[in-house]
Design a protein around this ligand. Sequence first.
Ligand code: ADP
Length: 580
Amino acid sequence: MTLPRLLLSFVSRHRRAYCLAALMLAAVGVLTVSIPRQVGHIVDALAAHQLPADRLFIALGELALMGIAIYALRVGWRLQLFTASYRLGVELRTRLYRQLTRQDAGFFQQQRTGDLMARATNDIDSVEMAAGEAMLAGFDGLLTLVLVLGMMTLGIDWRLAAAALLPFPLMAYAFNRISNQIHRAWGNALYRFGSMNDHVQETLSGVRTLRALGLEALNDRQMTRLAAAASASSLSAQRWEAAFEPAVGLALVCANVITLSLGGYLVWHGQLTIGALTSFSMYLVQLIWPMYAAGWVLSLLQRGDAAWQRLRPVLDAEPAVADRGRQTDLGPGALAFAGVSFHYPGQDEPALADIQLEIPHGQTIGIVGPTGSGKSTLLRLLLRHYPLAHGRITWHGVSLDDIRLDALRGMIGWVPQEPFLFSASVAANIALVRPEAGRDDVERVARLAAVHDDILRLPQGYDTPVGEKGVALSGGQRQRLAIARALLADAPLLLLDDALSAVDTLTEHQILQHLRDARRGRSVLIVSHRLSAVADADHIVVLGAGRIVEQGCHDALLARDGWYASQWRYQQLEASLDAD
Ligand code: ADP
């Protein structure tokens, strides 16, 4: 959809507000052009000494009433029009937000957060202004132009009007040239603003890393450069806009010179009254607004169009993971991978190749292997973070594609290595998926995740605010909070993606023991680089370069004397050295 189509469909949906605003604007226009005519009549009557004081006061009173009516109508149309245009902002923001929340991991890999934020704020503001200010100025400017030209030609003298308007076509040409430049400059300015936003967002998210690496000065310089670039392109757009005003002024001066010369001649020869000449000069001044309005509308529309071009791809982006499944309530069941192969977008090497795996319900499965062997990818495919092109993953015999996404994700408790905590209390973070859960339940899962005692040591216990992303907590505490959160969801499948990496071995052992005790028919997939976390699992899968290279129980894998056995010996040796 192009910007004009978007605006048209919006205006037609809110035609009542726009029509009311237009009616009020029209009334303002008529009143505004009546004033110079009224003044002209007063001047002529005064010049002819035919205006006694009482009639003069009445005439002046009428002028004052017109002024008050114009004021009231202007307030009225503003309320009508801007209430409608703000609604467009709300509509677009809601659409953009919904669209962003349904996108998959691949989309966010290609987009930068700061830039998306710029689109949600700055760009939507620009489109909103195209539906508000631009519509207003366009309509009002055009109406004033027609009325003023009508009064000049039909009401006063068409010859004078034709001569006085001679400089205007020249100005129209200048407009056109300048407006093209403004369009280009605004597109550039919005893009640069997005880049600057992105930099600020990344700096704020990674501020601790930047400090630790001593990169503040370098980062500051980059920020200065980006801010300067953003301001330079805004300035360039403003400069072109500034070139606009003098062009209008110049045209007006020329028109005034012509009016006074020709008008004076006509008055001299008795073909025009002084009052009419006065009215004409006042109308020339009223022509300034349509000229400015034209420039302003062009600039707003150019800016709105540049913003819309940036918004459209995001608003139209279809998520690669389609949510077409109908199944919702499958209950506990076996999980099976059949011939699953997967490439990340744009990657040549497969992250997973020909995975065959059957996980009976209620079992604990360990997934291990060197870094980059595809362990996390396996879990991401289960969560449908990426579309699966080859092979099938089934739950209870039903392909994951046939299960509604929210139902699928509701069946899975997922704990990533670096969990996200929201800026809320510890209890609220645990109860995220079940906000109605009571404190007893929250404490029960916190005990299972071996984090209860840590929480009690916090200043306000369960009510301690954890700050954005949980900066007030250690990595291990964050991981355990996330495990408690997943346990509270009570999903039939629990995925731990190296979720105990920042926890000491003893606590890890304790948590796994609790999980076994509280399993209650839940399947658990544990991805871990530490083999002690999977040693007690029912079945262990060893991945290497995206393929299953070994599998079996702990003892069987030790007997096989492959990667698992050597890694186990190495980690045992490391642990005993640490203990010494
Ligand atoms: P593991 O969890 O075993 O360390 P991953 O499943 O994270 O391994 O990664 C498997 C392979 O896929 C690696 O080669 C990694 O570089 C690649 N990979 C992981 N995530 C992405 C991604 N988002 N985009 C492209 N390649 C990726």
